[in-house]
Write a protein that binds this ligand. Structure first.
Ligand code: HSE
Length: 300
């Protein structure tokens, strides 16, 4: 019998797309949400969530049920508390972090023995695409594809010379709105533009090849349609260029912008410039997380 009724799950922030890798590339960072799940008699209670998320639609509960139902475990009450560091609806994977945390908690508390591939599969059914969930669960840089409805993921190494600097606006941009902005069909040449850059970018990131990153970190599949909806995007791009970022992209569906650099002075320069124009934006240097989601059982 499983006597563990409480588990703490630590889940990393993620960026998705990374320029040309729409719905495919992702990377995990050392910025975490920490959630505690405790089995209760009835109903759902919460600590640390905004009031609108204190219900069964909470993504942590949805992730939990995706796995507990798959395991055919009877539904119980749950108490879920959260300590958040990942900003909500900013393109840094907060939704995926909740889904992944719930899935891991259910696997532990319902005596499941599912591996991370299966947890990725079950949570991707909810999120619809695996590009944030994969790095959140596995850590590191990932490329994922859907095959017959199941995600298949490989991991890549990123040169430690590369620093990621996130420009995080003070407003939300829901993924649903960002996806609604996309066209229904693509020009063939735009697909080729992205596929070719995607292949080159993965190798360039591994090798820390600045020249190739500058050439390959570009996109025609989603950024042009979304940037016009994100206030300040032209200015953010200009500031990144002025500070000589070697790469610049929308993080996931935005509104955060991700800069890549090898220059140790970049962070100071971009922080100063952003503070002048967007004083309420946060500028944050993010180190890659190679561990992915982790948990600790609590026995009381
Ligand atoms: N690939 C997704 C998108 C990431 O760009 O819509 C955000 O969930």
């Amino acid at each position: 019998m499983n006597e563990c009724r409480k588990v703490i799950v630590k889940v990393p922030a993620t960026t998705a797309n990374m320029g040309p890798g729409f719905d495919c590339f992702g990377c995990a960072f050392q910025m975490y949400n920490t959630l505690t799940f405790e089995v209760a008699e009835n109903g759902y209670t919460f600590d640390g969530f905004e009031p609108q998320y204190e219900n069964e639609d909470n993504l942590a509960i949805q992730g939990y049920h995706a796995v507990s139902d798959y395991l055919k475990a009877p539904r119980t009450g749950l108490h879920v508390s959260i300590h958040t560091d990942i900003p909500i609806c900013r393109g840094l994977g907060s939704s995926s972090s909740l889904l992944a945390a719930g899935a891991i908690a259910a696997n532990v508390l319902c005596d499941g023995n599912l591996d991370k591939d299966e947890l990725l599969n079950l949570t991707t059914r909810i999120e619809g695409h695996p590009d944030n969930l994969a790095p959140c669960l596995f850590g590191g840089m990932t490329a994922s594809m859907m095959v017959d409805g199941r995600p298949v993921t490989v991991r890549y190494f990123i040169s430690p010379e590369i620093e990621f600097v996130a420009l995080i606006p003070d407003f939300e941009f829901p993924t649903s709105a960002a996806r609604a902005a996309l066209p229904k069909a693509l020009v063939y040449q735009d697909a080729v533009f992205n596929i070719s850059r995607g292949g080159v970018l993965l190798k360039a990131l591994e090798n820390g090849d600045e020249r190739l990153i500058r050439l390959a970190m570009d996109d025609r599949l989603h950024e042009p349609y979304r940037e016009m909806l994100i206030q300040g995007s032209d200015t953010a791009k200009r500031l990144a260029r002025e500070c000589d970022a070697m790469g610049f992209c929308l993080s996931g569906s935005g509104p955060t912008f991700m800069c890549l650099t090898k220059d140790p002075e970049f962070l100071v320069r971009i922080r100063e410039k952003v503070a002048e124009v967007f004083p309420s934006w946060e500028v944050r240097s993010l180190a890659v997380d190679y561990r992915g989601a982790s948990y600790q059982k609590l026995f009381s």
